[in-house]
Design a protein around this ligand. Structure first.
Ligand SMILES: [Zn+2]
Length: 126
């Protein structure tokens, strides 16, 4: 069977932009509220377009995933987008891991974490 990995068909930069809008509707900012100056150069570009910035005030390093459900992930933006799409569509974790070439245990742990957060932040009826 010939496989066409969908992740090769998506633009990493477009996925980054989409995630930035979703995870940080007010733009990137540091953990403790220190603003990210618009002209600040990244501290680390090795995972571009995911750029690490170091806060000039407190030295904390920040990127797209800091303080989000995706904190600490090593997935690319494309992978995160496809995983989120799969979660929303209810794709079984095993199938998703297989399709995207991801470790099942890691993906399952992330899924549980996101589900837990979704429950905690569920809007209450009033
Ligand atoms: Zn800071």
């Amino acid at each position: 069977m010939i496989r066409f990995p969908i992740s090769n068909l998506l633009s990493e930069q477009k996925c980054y932009d989409e995630l930035l809008d979703t995870l940080h509707p007010n733009g990137l900012h540091y953990k403790n509220g220190h603003p990210l100056p618009p002209n600040q150069s990244p501290h680390d570009r090795s995972r571009a377009p995911i750029l690490d910035y170091r806060c000039r005030e407190c030295g904390n390093v920040f990127n797209l995933f800091t303080n989000t459900v995706w904190a600490g992930t090593h997935y690319t933006c494309t992978t995160v987008m496809l995983v989120m799409r799969g979660f929303v569509q209810g794709t079984p974790t095993l199938q998703l891991a297989d399709e995207l070439g991801l470790d099942y245990g890691t993906l399952l742990a992330r899924r549980h974490q996101i589900q837990q957060l979704a429950l905690e932040h569920k809007p209450t009826d009033s």
